[in-house]
Design a protein around this ligand. Structure first.
Ligand code: ZN
Length: 453
C-alpha cells in the first residue's frame, strides 16, 4: 500500500467506467495523475476526498479529436477560450484542433507557432493540434511532425476556405509515403471532388436538394481511393466524419487485409435523419450531410461491430449570419454543426435507446480518440493516466437550451432537443474546471505535444 502515500485526492464512485468495465471504484490522484484504481471500500487516504452521489457515474474526460477552433483569423466564428469552456462544460477534457478555418491554417511550422501563441493561456482544457497536408507543403510535413502535431488532415475536394487547398489523388499518393516514413497519421475528409462536381448543385431551401448534391457515392468513391492508396503506401489513414454507411464494408474488408484504416462518425449523424430536417433549417447543414434514418441505423451497427472506432464532434461553427438562417438557402449557408458541449449527452441518449452502455460511449468518445491521436495518458481511468474526470448523471432529463451553451454562437440543430444525461462536474488533472453550469477558475489547460504515433 505504499503507493498510496501522499495522495492528493481520492474520488469514490458507486459507478465508475474503467477499461475493465463499470464498477464501484476509489480513484487515487497524485500530482494530477491517477495512481490507484481500487475497489470502492479500499482505505485510500488523501488530503481531500470527493464522494460522488449515487445518481452519477465517474467517466474519463472525453477526447474530441475533431474540433475547429478557428483562432486566429476567424475568431468571430469560435475561439480557444469559448471552445474550451464549452468543452469543459461538455465533459471534454482534451480537444485536438483542426488545421483549417484559422488564418493561417496549420500547414507550416511557423503557422503552428502562431496558433499555439494564440491559444497559450486561454484554454480551459488540454489542446492538441492537427497539421494540414495541402498542395505544395510536402516539405513542411516532417517539420510539423517534429514540432508536435498529432497527425495531418487533408481534403480531397475544396475545403470551403481558399487558404486550405485540397489534394488531387496524385498529391495524396505523394503525401502518404512521407507520413509513413515519419510514422504520422493522415486523417482525410473523404468526398470525391469529381463526383460532387457531377452531382446537382446545392441551392435553395429544400433539404432533399442539398442531400442530392452530396451523394453517398462521392464518399464511397473517395474512401475507396484512400484505402487503396494507403494499402499501396503502407501508410496509416483515418476517415473523418463518415456519413455514408455504404463505406463500412469496404473499411472492414481493408482491415481484414491488414490496411491501417480507421474511421469516426459524429453525434449529428447518429442523432438526426434527413427525412426530419425541415426545409430552410441550415443549422443542420454539414458536409458530408446528415443522411436518411436507415443510414443512421447502419452507422449504429458500424459502432456495434467495431468498424467505426470513434465518435467525435466535428464542432465547426461560424457566425449566425453565415448560416443564412433568414433565407434558409442550403447552397449559400456555411456547412458545419456546433456541438462540442453536447456530444456526450447526445450520443448517450441515442446509445442507450439502442441497448449500449456507458462503457461503449467511453470507448468511442475517449479511449479510441485518445489512441488515434497518440495520447497515451488520456481517455481512461487507469493508473498512469491524467486525472481527467467527469461526473455524469446518466438518467437526468435535459432540454438543450442554447442560452446555456458556452460556444461563441448558440446556433445548433440540438436547440430544444430533449436529451438524457447531464455533465455535473469536470476535472482536468485532478482540478475541477466545471461544475453545475459554471466554469471554475482560470484557464489551466495545456498545449499538448503530439503523440508518438
Ligand atoms: Zn471538420
Amino acid at each position: 500500500m505504499t503507493r498510496e502515500v501522499g495522495l492528493d485526492l481520492v474520488f469514490r464512485a458507486r459507478r465508475a467506467v474503467t477499461p475493465d468495465g463499470e464498477a464501484a471504484r476509489a480513484v487515487g490522484v497524485r500530482d494530477g495523475s491517477i495512481v490507484a484504481v481500487e475497489p470502492y471500500d479500499v482505505p485510500l487516504t488523501a488530503s481531500r476526498e470527493v464522494g460522488l452521489g449515487d445518481d452519477v457515474v465517474l467517466l474519463p474526460g472525453l477526447v474530441d479529436t475533431h474540433v475547429h477552433v478557428n483562432e486566429p483569423g476567424r475568431t468571430a466564428w469560435e475561439g480557444f477560450a469559448t471552445a474550451t469552456r464549452a468543452a469543459a462544460a461538455g465533459g471534454v477534457t482534451t480537444i485536438v484542433d483542426m488545421p483549417l478555418n484559422s488564418v493561417p491554417p496549420t500547414t507550416t511550422v511557423e503557422a503552428l507557432r502562431v496558433k499555439r501563441a494564440a491559444a497559450e493561456g486561454s484554454v480551459h482544457v488540454d489542446v492538441g493540434f492537427w497539421g494540414g497536408a495541402v498542395p505544395g507543403n510536402l516539405g513542411e510535413l516532417r517539420g510539423l511532425h517534429e514540432a508536435g502535431v498529432h497527425g495531418f488532415k487533408c481534403f480531397l475536394l475544396p475545403s470551403g476556405v481558399d487558404e486550405f487547398g485540397h489534394l488531387t489523388p496524385g498529391e495524396l499518393a505523394a503525401v502518404l509515403p512521407v507520413l509513413r516514413d515519419v510514422g504520422a497519421l493522415l486523417v482525410v475528409h473523404a468526398e470525391d471532388a469529381g463526383a460532387i462536381d457531377r452531382a446537382p448543385a446545392a441551392g435553395g431551401r429544400r433539404y432533399a436538394d442539398f442531400l442530392a448534391s452530396r451523394p453517398r457515392g462521392a464518399e464511397n468513391l473517395a474512401i475507396a481511393q484512400v484505402i487503396e492508396l494507403a494499402r499501396a503506401a503502407g501508410a496509416r489513414v483515418h476517415v473523418v466524419h463518415l456519413s455514408s454507411s455504404d463505406a463500412l464494408p469496404m473499411i472492414a474488408s481493408a482491415r481484414r487485409d491488414g490496411v491501417a484504416v480507421s474511421a469516426e462518425t459524429c453525434p449529428h449523424y447518429l442523432t438526426f435523419a434527413a427525412e426530419e430536417v425541415p426545409d430552410g433549417a441550415t443549422q443542420y447543414k454539414c458536409c458530408p450531410p446528415i443522411r436518411e434514418a436507415a443510414n443512421r441505423e447502419l452507422l449504429w451497427e458500424g459502432l456495434r461491430s467495431g468498424v467505426l472506432d470513434c465518435v467525435v464532434s466535428d464542432h465547426s461553427p461560424c457566425t449566425p449570419e453565415l448560416k443564412r438562417l433568414e433565407t434558409g438557402d442550403f447552397g449559400a449557408a456555411w456547412g458545419g454543426i456546433a456541438s462540442l458541449q453536447l456530444g456526450l449527452p447526445a450520443v448517450w441518449t441515442q446509445a442507450r435507446a439502442r441497448g449500449f452502455g456507458l462503457a461503449d460511449v467511453v470507448r468511442w468518445t475517449a479511449e479510441r480518440p485518445a489512441a488515434l491521436a497518440g495520447l497515451g495518458g488520456k481517455g481512461r481511468i487507469a493508473p498512469g493516466a491524467d486525472a481527467d474526470l467527469v461526473a455524469f448523471a446518466p438518467d437526468e432529463a435535459v432540454v438543450v437550451d442554447p442560452a446555456r451553451l458556452h460556444h461563441r454562437h448558440p446556433v445548433t440543430p440540438y436547440a430544444g432537443l430533449p436529451l438524457t444525461g447531464a455533465v455535473r462536474s469536470t476535472w482536468l488533472r485532478g482540478v475541477e474546471v466545471y461544475t453545475e453550469g459554471e466554469i471554475v477558475g482560470e484557464p489551466r489547460g495545456r498545449l499538448l505535444p503530439g503523440g508518438a504515433t
